[in-house]
Design a protein around this ligand. Structure first.
Ligand SMILES: Cc1cc2nc3c(=O)[nH]c(=O)nc-3n(C[C@H](O)[C@H](O)[C@H](O)COP(=O)(O)OP(=O)(O)OC[C@H]3O[C@@H](n4cnc5c(N)ncnc54)[C@H](O)[C@@H]3O)c2cc1C
Length: 290
């Protein structure tokens, strides 16, 4: 039986849903999910305690679910305008607005087809544009802020547009406060060719060899001071360790994967085991909700 859907005063879709369907780990209990399509709906959604959900690729959400409402970006926040804006030049391409709810992999495919260069380093990051901007996702080949011209950010107080130069962004951090919602961005790219963009993407993608292809929220821990967290976990003999439906990947020890039917509590138990068995303090890479 499908969940009951209601409409808020401004027309946002409101449903009580299991969040497991929105996370790459496939784990997470229920919450009231608000799908917003425009600023009026977003403003109403932000009038009570909320969390903003992107591609769910960096989250472990509790089995008990969440008390706060969860906002998902749809409608105009999931639209992509890749027409050249008047600020563009013969060399540089400035885009129209690209929604924070747009899946990053699909956007990168479009940029490759158009021969637009600048975001190739983010290939393989299974995020939405807003989530990738919020944490300045990327790899050693490049990051989100390499290709940003402007951002639009919504808070309960209102909507503002700013230039990336106005933010003290850094490594995997945009400095945008939590729950300030990246609703749209404009891209700043270099005109190139589909072949050259494709080659750069392939180069960045080869660095992912060995990463597990199963349901996962990505790397569990940050590398502590030059040593790979995966190596430390492997050295502690934990590769392949299973608790409930969750397992430390036999392919790459810094990934916890869902074998099917994993609970958030299984993942928490594995994280705790790793912390106990690895001799050095480890900082979590993904977020635990709540
Ligand atoms: C297989 C795999 C590989 C990965 N590889 C990489 C990698 O190479 N490099 C890398 O950096 N990361 C990587 N990640 C981690 C993850 O993809 C990034 O952290 C990504 O930025 C998360 O974006 P998301 O849209 O999925 O956000 P979510 O996981 O949904 O949310 C993460 C955080 O972003 C916030 N957020 C989401 N959307 C918005 C928005 N519109 N405005 C403001 N805040 C928002 C959420 O509130 C939350 O705090 C990987 C993950 C997986 C599963």
């Amino acid at each position: 039986m499908s969940a009951a859907v209601s409409l808020s005063a401004s027309g946002a879709k409101v449903e009580r849903l299991a969040l497991s369907r929105f996370t790459t780990l496939g784990v997470g209990g229920q919450a009231e999910v608000w799908t917003v399509e425009n600023h009026a709906q977003l403003s109403e959604a932000m009038s009570a305690p909320y969390r903003i959900l992107g591609g769910g690729s960096n989250l472990v959400i509790a089995d008990e679910g969440l008390k706060e409402r969860v906002i998902r970006l749809g409608g105009e926040f999931a639209a992509t305008d890749l027409q050249a804006a008047p600020e563009s030049t013969a060399e540089h391409f400035i885009s129209g607005w690209v929604g924070g709810g747009v899946p990053l992999p699909g956007l990168l495919r479009k940029l490759r087809t158009l021969g637009l260069s600048g975001l190739e380093g983010t290939v393989g990051v299974p995020a939405q544009v807003g989530g990738a901007v919020w944490m300045n996702a990327g790899t050693r080949f490049g990051e989100m802020f390499d290709g940003l011209f402007a951002l639009e950010i919504a808070t309960p107080e209102g909507v503002s547009q700013l230039s990336p130069d106005e933010l003290p962004w850094g490594y995997r951090d945009s400095a945008i406060p939590r729950n300030h919602i990246v609703t749209r961005v404009r891209l700043q790219l270099t005109r190139s060719t589909p072949e050259a963009v494709s080659a750069k993407m392939q180069n960045a993608d080869t660095s992912r060899k060995g990463q597990p292809k199963m349901k996962t929220p990505g790397c569990a821990f940050k590398n502590p001071g030059g040593v790979g967290a995966g190596k430390l976990i492997d050295d502690a003999g934990l590769k392949g360790t299973q608790i409930g439906g969750a397992m430390i990947s036999p392919d790459h020890a810094n990934f916890i994967v869902n074998l099917g039917g994993a609970a958030a509590s299984d993942v928490h138990a594995l994280l705790e085991l790793i912390r106990q068995r690895v001799g050095v303090p480890l900082e979590l890479e993904y977020e635990l909700w709540p």
